[in-house]
Design a protein around this ligand. Sequence first.
Ligand code: BDR
Ligand code: CA
Length: 313
Amino acid sequence: RKKVILDVDTGVDDALAIMLAVTSGKFDILGITTVSGNVSLDQATLNTCKILELLGVSGQIPVYRGADKPLVREAVFEHRVHGSDGIGGALGDMAVTKQPEAGAAADFIIRELLARPGEVTLIMTAPLTNLAAALQKCPELVAHAAEVIVMGGVVQGYGNITPTAEYNMYVDPEAAKQVLAAGFPRLTLVGLDVTRRALLGAEDIQKLHNPVIREYVETSTAGYRARYYERNGVQACALHDPLAVGVALNCGLVTTRDYYVDVETRSELCDGQTVCDFQNRLNRPPNVTVCLEVDAPAFLECFINSLNQEPKK
Ligand code: BDR
Ligand code: CA
């Protein structure tokens, strides 16, 4: 089984990404690292522990706390989308016993990558602060990662937090810039270009057999779906973060191409924009595998089928 570390800012779709990763049974999840993003670090960590308890795997997957704010900027929470608690008010009365481990996320990432050269895939579904911190402490870790899969950015369309920027890139563009420039052997960008097309509708949720999972997904995504309805006239929740897990599951769902990509950090209007050099104007070697197309129905099927399995412990 593929060894993975998930890095999350557990909001609505991060939680669904964790559920997909766990229920797929295809990963050896070495640990989950948390970071400030959609919600505070404390809230993201609590939400992560709750999801693992809901899935009945809290004893098997360690959680490590990471950065409580971006590298140099202030936090920008996304309560409008994810609700005040980050998971749409679901699991509000859950008594949580799981606690995060001692030790920082960046140190955990360094330790695991160095211990297993070429074996570990990092799935990043949050601002890239933890990985940038790990790189600052241990630059040689780049050579040790099998692959880094990042949900973030948008190369051909518009942003979702500013006109040009995707949220994870916008919140910590300095971290994103460092990660993209680090020289990882394979870094895949799963941006809004594809994640916007992976939509979970109300009728899809009814295909979930397990009542506990179905009720959780229904409740946690209700606010998100209502907001989406106001803008688009259809009830749906974009599966941004789960699609990054889907790419790691390697179901052949995305079409990719390698390009040079950089992140803007010094612009009034465009901070956090992922600039993709489609025509090689800068004459630099490609550093990113960019997802350009997705077979959304196939991914949706993979997502639903996976959540319909019992979690593999
Ligand atoms: C990304 O931003 C966050 O709000 C989501 O959890 C996802 O990681 C989508 O732009
Ligand atoms: Ca996220």
